[in-house]
Design a binder for this molecule. Structure first.
Ligand SMILES: NC(=O)c1ccc[n+]([C@@H]2O[C@H](COP(=O)([O-])OP(=O)(O)OC[C@H]3O[C@@H](n4cnc5c(N)ncnc54)[C@H](OP(=O)(O)O)[C@@H]3O)[C@@H](O)[C@H]2O)c1
Length: 296
């Protein structure tokens, strides 16, 4: 009988596309989620309870599994969950290939990569792993505080004139599918970016064109919003100081690199921001709720 592939983050932007692709290639999937009871029934997919904060959920999810796709946690701006207990269980389970999403290098003040706490335990355990290190997701303009700013017509973030090669998270799902169904794999790290590096003036103009609204970019510190945290990627509430650090890293040019890996692995150019914005135009055409920049 075919062994299923365990997908952690099955309900997320990346996981949903990955599962579609794996099913199209005739693979079976075990879909890890904190809410298996809500997971839509689908032939070839078995939902299973999994929560990084509940180590008891690791062994049942990994039982009999040889290949794992995982996001390292729900947050995008800092490692919030201890990763080592999960890695230890992966090792015990005899997993043969882990495809793990971390992020493009973000250096901390002590010189370490923000995600070393995730990647190092995997390397030390000797688990065969492909690290996927993506840039910021285009989805941040749909599911974070920036979506509200776009609806209000003022994208006020401290990006100066820095460029960023945003990636559509769905392209990462395709990359992961290509890697999980490849004959061979070895421990490797891929930087994943979109195919163009835009500054926020160009991003605002693209969003304005797609939505039919006026959207202007203004360089402003996030502190002027007068809040301590904001709804960042995936709806995770994130301290302003973490987001401020991310924007500082952006201004230093750390997210401007355009890397050819996505096209090489999926055989087509990465999704452009203009295409993404046109597809999601309806999101920015609704009226913002009162005070939604603060609470969104
Ligand atoms: N957003 C960015 O710009 C960016 C950039 C680089 C890297 N990343 C990384 O990409 C990943 C996010 O991927 P995505 O966009 O596909 O996800 P997403 O759409 O934000 O969805 C979050 C996923 O995390 C799962 N999740 C939340 N809390 C969990 C927990 N305690 N235990 C297990 N699973 C949990 C959710 O599953 P259930 O709710 O079903 O349990 C859901 O599938 C993160 O690891 C982030 O660090 C993001």
């Amino acid at each position: 009988m075919q062994t299923p592939i365990l997908v952690i983050g099955a309900t997320g932007n990346i996981g949903r596309v990955l599962i579609q692709r794996l099913l199209q290639q005739g693979r079976l999937v075990r879909a890890a989620t904190r809410h298996p009871e809500r997971y839509p029934a689908h032939p070839g997919v078995t939902p299973i309870y999994f929560d990084y904060e509940q180590p008891d959920s690791f062994a049942p999810a990994l039982a009999g599994i040889k290949q794992v796709f995982a996001i390292a946690g729900p947050a995008s701006t800092g490692v919030t969950l201890p990763f080592s207990p999960f890695v230890a269980q992966i090792q015990r389970a005899g997993v043969e290939h882990l495809v793990l999403v971390t992020t493009m290098p973000i250096l901390r003040s002590d010189g370490l990569h923000l995600w070393d706490e995730v990647e190092q335990p995997v390397l030390q355990a000797g688990v065969p792993c492909t690290f996927l290190r993506p840039n910021w997701f285009m989805q941040a303009f749909v599911d974070s505080f920036m979506a509200t700013m776009v609806k209000q017509g003022r994208l006020c973030v401290p990006a100066a004139d820095a460029r960023i090669s945003l990636i559509d998270a769905r392209d990462i799902g395709e990359v992961a599918a290509a890697l999980l169904t490849a004959e061979e794999h070895r421990t490797h790290a891929y930087t994943l970016t979109g195919g163009e590096a835009l500054n926020f003036t160009e991003i605002a103009a693209t969003l304005a064109h797609a939505s039919g609204r006026s959207v202007e970019y203004h360089h402003e510190p996030l502190e002027t919003l007068g809040v301590t945290e904001l709804n960042a990627a995936g709806g995770t509430m994130t301290p302003i100081k973490n987001l401020t650090y991310l924007f500082k890293t952006l201004r230093q040019g750390s997210f401007a690199e355009v890397d050819p890996t996505v096209e090489r692995l999926i055989g087509r150019p990465p999704t452009t921001f203009a295409h993404f914005a046109n597809e999601h135009a309806a999101v920015w055409q609704t009226e913002p709720s009162p005070q939604s920049t603060r609470s969104a």
